[in-house]
Ligand binder design. Structure first.
Ligand code: G6P
Length: 610
């Protein structure tokens, strides 16, 4: 999704801006641009495509100015071409700005401004903001006031960074629904939509809240609300390292992140399990513990991979805590007017902490008076800050657009929540201790599951040219089938469907022939015999079966085309192991097909628009 970088200081801005954009590449984008203020002139250079295309376009531009802004765009309004790339300017070219988010009333604003004589050059909603500020300024309003006045006319969401000839030694920023972080250096400041863009330069940051602006000069900054009330900012320290967001020798971030999972699963549990008592302690829930434990119904809401983790959560919370759970896509939850009672709890799950639909669902739940708990990866993200309490999964930055390590850590966090609640209900200390013991073995078992890499790569070679895949699972492995299918379609562009195995006979079975690979998660759990019957049904129709099986299970060798043996664990923990070969399968197929694994087409890492 769109990314913003800005710099004001004593150094040449351009290299800092381009480097920052590269660090935001993982978010997904389709064009990029920079604007540098130099000798009183605003120089704007932009290009469609990758940042390397922007760099070629920059060749020959000697830009040494010390103030600038830059952007990677993920098209929402207008095709991804050079004209529609940010930065955008007003008619006079005296103001340039970059924007993340969507201006919902841009058509009305554009019409009104056109009637005042403004000429628009792009198809974007963003351009209207620059014209609107110019309109207020030309009517005699001081610049900062014009900036705030324009923002108050805008419906929708924005993260904005702006520079202008009118105030050539300042960067103006604003936030509503789209994150912005300001980094503080020595006589210099950085602005970014994501801390990873500026972490190479500073770790001291503050975050803008919705409805706030910052006016930044080399000497310092002022932060206010849009209606001109001063606000004080707390400077925070970013804790993650740059090495953690670099590839560390792996060909792709996605593969690196898949291989990090023995550690990230351990990190999600670290310090949270008390073996003697057979319990889990989640410090971030302290402020809401009473409400969490008395919940009579739990809603889980999320998008994409996080939604699939939520489905696993439903199975475990219902089975072990006997609390009814409803899992819903955040985009539906927010508009459905859900019935949330006083003793219900809403859990939002999100890797980025910035997904617009999840944020809106969270706000809707709060509006209805519900306690909202977050399971979040990005520390300090909007959702982390707006929930009443929650737990960080501590998976470290996830760069590959297709989420992998966040999924296993989210499921781990849900297991901790389940254990914590279950022990206040009918789960005995003995059962709790057994669960803790099994959880502690997870990192080692994930490590073992990763050893299937070579077998999986071979299978990928066999099936890489297929056009469709079916993924089947039952019980805890049903959400795993959904997630396996999502991984494949996201990065290889092969059509893939996940289904509960028994449901296959109500439709998808019509698709099965000798050209249809069917991935079945057939580990030895309570539904094993049933799923073997489902495999028989596929084989009877000449489907080609790739079965993920429990180590030592040779029963299926003769029945299926390929087996992938993985370690066994308790039912509720199995998804953390079962998903590993499916992540690897999607990865290898995508690589063999020559796809851009880390930045698949049309997708974004952090979806900050509706
Ligand atoms: C995007 C990403 C997915 C992710 C989903 C939810 O679609 O490409 O990988 O699962 O958003 O993101 P979140 O950050 O809220 O978990």
């Amino acid at each position: 999704m769109c990314g913003i970088v800005g710099y004001i200081g004593t150094k040449s801005a351009l290299p800092i801006l381009v480097d920052g954009l590269k660090r935001l590449e993982y978010r997904g984008y389709d064009s990029a641009g920079v604007a540098v203020l130099q000798d009183g002139d605003l120089n704007v250079v932009k290009q469609a495509g990758k940042i390397s295309a922007l760099e070629s376009e920059l060749n020959g531009h000697l830009l040494s100015g010390v103030i600038g802004i830059a952007h990677t765009r993920w098209a929402t309004h207008g095709v991804p071409n050079q004209t529609n790339a940010h930065p955008h300017s007003d008619g006079s070219g005296n103001i340039v700005l970059v924007h993340n988010g969507i201006i919902e009333n841009y058509n009305a604003l554009k019409k009104m401004l056109s009637e005042q004589g403004h000429e628009f050059r792009t198809d974007t909603d963003t351009e209207t903001i620059a014209h609107l500020i110019e309109e207020f300024y030309q009517n005699g309003t001081p610049f900062e006031e014009a900036f705030r006045a324009a923002l108050s006319e805008i419906d929708g969401t924005y993260g904005i960074a702006l520079i202008s000839k009118y105030e050539p030694d300042k960067i103006y920023c604003a936030r509503k629904g789209s994150p912005l972080v300001v980094g503080i250096g020595k006589d210099e400041y950085y602005v970014a939509s994501d801390a990873s863009a500026i972490i190479a330069h500073t770790r001291n940051v503050f975050y803008l809240e919705d409805g706030e602006i910052a006016v930044i000069s080399r000497e310092g900054f002022v932060t206010k609300t849009i209606d001109n009330k001063l606000v004080a900012k707390k400077v925070e320290k970013i804790s993650f390292d740059l090495e953690r967001i670099e590839k560390a020798g792996y060909p792709h971030f996605m593969l690196k992140e898949i291989y990090e999972q023995p550690n990230t699963v351990a990190d999600a549990m670290r310090g949270r399990l008390i073996e003697e008592e057979g319990v889990a302690k989640l410090g971030g829930l302290t402020p809401i513990l009473h409400n969490v434990l008395r919940s009579r119904k739990i809603f889980i809401t999320a998008c994409g991979t996080s939604y699939h983790a939520g489905l696993v959560g439903e199975y475990m919370l219902e089975q072990y805590c006997r609390i009814p759970v409803e899992v819903e896509y955040a985009s539906e939850f927010r508009y459905r007017d859900p019935i949330i009672e006083d003793d219900n709890m809403v859990v939002v799950i999100t890797q980025s902490g910035e997904t617009a639909d999840t944020l809106a669902a969270l706000r809707e739940a709060k509006r209805k008076g519900s306690t909202v708990m977050g399971i979040v990866n990005v520390v300090g993200s909007s959702i982390a800050r707006e929930t009443h309490g929650g737990t960080y999964i501590h998976a470290g930055p996830e760069i590959g657009v297709a989420s992998t390590k966040a999924f296993t850590s989210q499921v781990t966090a849900l297991t901790l929540l389940t254990l914590m609640i279950a022990r206040t209900k009918s789960m005995s200390a003995e059962e709790g201790r057994n669960m803790v013991k099994e959880m502690k073995k997870l990192p080692e078992k994930v490590e073992k599951a990763l050893q299937t890499d070579k077998i999986v790569e071979k299978i990928a070679g066999e099936f890489k040219d297929k056009r469709n895949f079916l993924y089947l699972g039952r019980g805890y492995n049903f959400p795993v089938a959904l997630e396996g299918a999502l991984k494949l379609k996201e990065i290889s562009y092969i059509h893939a469907e996940g289904y509960p195995a028994a449901e296959m006979k109500h439709g998808p079975i019509a698709l099965i022939d000798d050209d249809m690979p069917v991935v079945v998660i057939a580990t030895q759990d309570s539904t094993y015999e049933k799923i073997v019957s489902n495999i028989e049904e596929v084989k009877a129709r000449r489907g080609r079966v790739i079965a993920v099986v429990s180590e030592g299970d040779t029963k299926l060798d003769k029945l299926v085309d390929f087996t992938i043996p993985i370690p066994m664990t308790t039912d509720l923990l199995q998804p953390i192991i079962s998903i590993i070969p499916l992540q690897l399968l999607a990865y290898h197929i995508a690589v063999l097909r020559g796809c851009d694994v880390d930045q698949p087409r049309n997708l974004a890492k952090s979806v900050t628009v509706e």
